[in-house]
Write a protein that binds this ligand. Structure first.
Ligand code: GDP
Ligand code: IMO
Ligand code: MG
Length: 427
């Protein structure tokens, strides 16, 4: 038995969904522990493609228990639509458990997300406009409304009234907006509550009992290390904790119960939204990666910024997550390149920096120092055995492992479940 956390090491969209779906076969529980429907995890099973936002990728297996942890923020309308869409595709949803401690996103959170972005002007964060930041602000401000509140009509009505009066005052005074109608939201959300009720549970007890019973548990990261509120490129981050510590606090499982932490690394870098990105490419190679990799956001459809693999980022991720190993994805997207680069350090004011600077002013001025690699010019998609990978691909991967002092456990060479090379078992 084991508890395994899977986290993103870069700026999201590394292929966490693919890796979790692959590992889910051996797990009994799959847990999402933070973030919300800002996540977009695409999972390909045979001919079918599933785009998941809140549901754990384990939902695609019939027999797994899927958990939405206490650290999650749920927009019921989006979530119920996701459930309906999967039901229409004949996916069974009965094994879903939603934490009674998870927080709820309301229409005012989404509107405030938009208005705050407008206020920031050229400093905008490029959020997904899902209301994530404002909902976590209410949580930290201790006025948030939780799923357990929604399960109690009287308490919910009271809390909603209080929050709406506060938000409407803010919207009217600061933004000249009419605000929201209390009765309308109350009615809409009580209906959502009825539909969510069958799934609501004390997920902390469920998970800790499962650990005692020696079940395999897989924690599915969303967002990524560089978007982490503590460890990312603040303020160009999300409002939650996508790192491994966040998986523990967002699920109510203590850190000593975790056996293995895997960092998912896209074989190059991408970022959607604003913020520094030292190894970003603005040339033909960047365009080639975007086109071949179809690097457009699952949630917002925005073109992802593309760049070389940045080992300083992965090293930082290895530290702050306590990574045991790396799962490399999308190696196949680099198959045609003549030459490749890995950023191994930065140059700032004539000095070499190997660690990830906190100061965004420094980060925006650093010059990436690259090591160059010969391309492998071989289609890797059908390779299932590490030894059969082209020599130059192995050199590229082994150098990354060396710089980051972290071994590689999995290599993904295609979106499908079977397009995977196992270097080391993680369960
Ligand atoms: P996530 O948010 O980390 O789960 O990643 P996304 O799903 O947003 O983006 C990753 C995309 O890459 C998805 O479309 C996956 O189906 C796809 N994918 C994952 N691994 C691989 C791989 O090894 N090769 C290729 N070509 N596609 C992959
Ligand atoms: P997955 O799980 C990529 C980014 C947004 C923006 C910043 C803040 O699919 O990897 P937010 O709406 O969270 O307040 O936006 O975070 N962002 C993501 N980028 N993948 C994600 O999730 C993301 N979730 C948030 O683009 O820059
Ligand atoms: Mg994604």
């Amino acid at each position: 038995m084991a508890s395994v956390i899977v986290v993103g090491t870069q700026w999201g969209d590394e292929g966490k969904g693919k890796i979790v779906d692959f590992l889910a076969e051996k797990s009994e529980y799959i847990v999402r522990s933070q973030g919300g429907s800002n996540a977009g995890h695409t999972v390909v099973v045979g001919e079918n493609k599933y785009k998941l936002r809140l549901l754990p990728s384990g939902i695609l297996y019939e027999d797994k228990i899927c958990v939405i942890g206490n650290g999650i923020v749920i927009e019921p309308k989006v979530f119920l639509k996701e459930i309906d869409e999967l039901k229409n595709k004949k996916i069974k949803i009965s094994n879903l458990k939603i934490s009674d401690r998870a927080h709820i996103i309301f229409p005012y959170h989404k509107l405030l997300d938009e208005l705050q972005e407008e206020d920031l002007g050229e400093n905008k964060l490029g959020t997904t406009k899902n209301g994530i930041g404002p909902c976590y602000m209410d949580k930290a401000g201790r006025i948030g409304i939780r799923i357990c509140d929604l399960m109690n009509k009287e308490i919910f009505a009271k809390k909603l009234k209080f929050n709406l009066e506060l938000k409407n005052k803010l919207l009217k005074k600061l933004y000249n907006h009419n605000g929201f109608d209390y009765e309308e939201i109350l009615k809409e959300y009580l209906e959502y509550g009825e539909r969510l009720k069958p799934y609501v549970a004390d997920t902390i007890t469920i998970l800790n009992k499962a650990i005692k019973e020696k079940k395999n548990i897989l924690f599915e990261g969303a967002q990524a290390t560089m978007l982490d509120l503590e460890h990312g490129t603040y303020p160009f981050v999300t409002s939650s904790l996508p790192t491994s510590a966040g998986a523990c606090s967002g699920s109510g499982v203590g850190p000593r119960k975790i056996d293995n932490v895997i960092g998912v690394v896209k074989a190059y870098s991408t970022r959607v939204g604003e913020g520094p990105f030292p190894s970003e490419l603005f040339d033909e190679i960047g365009n080639h990666i975007r086109d071949k990799g179809n690097e457009y956001g699952t949630v917002t459809g925005r073109a992802r910024r593309c760049g070389w693999l940045d080992a300083c980022v992965i090293k930082h991720a290895s530290y702050v997550n306590g990574l045991d190993s790396l799962a490399i994805t999308r190696l196949d997207i680099l198959d045609d390149l003549d030459k490749l680069k890995i950023c191994v350090s930065y140059k700032y004011n004539g000095k070499i920096i190997e660690d990830y600077p906190a100061d965004l002013d420094i980060l925006s001025k650093v010059e990436p120092v690259y090591e160059e690699f010969e391309g492998w010019k071989t289609d890797t998609r059908n390779i299932r055995d590490y030894d059969k990978l082209p020599k130059n691909a192995k050199k590229y991967l082994e150098r990354l492992s060396e710089i980051t002092e972290t071994e590689i456990s999995i290599i993904s060479v295609g979106a499908g479940r079977e397009e995977t090379i196992i270097c080391k078992n993680v369960f």
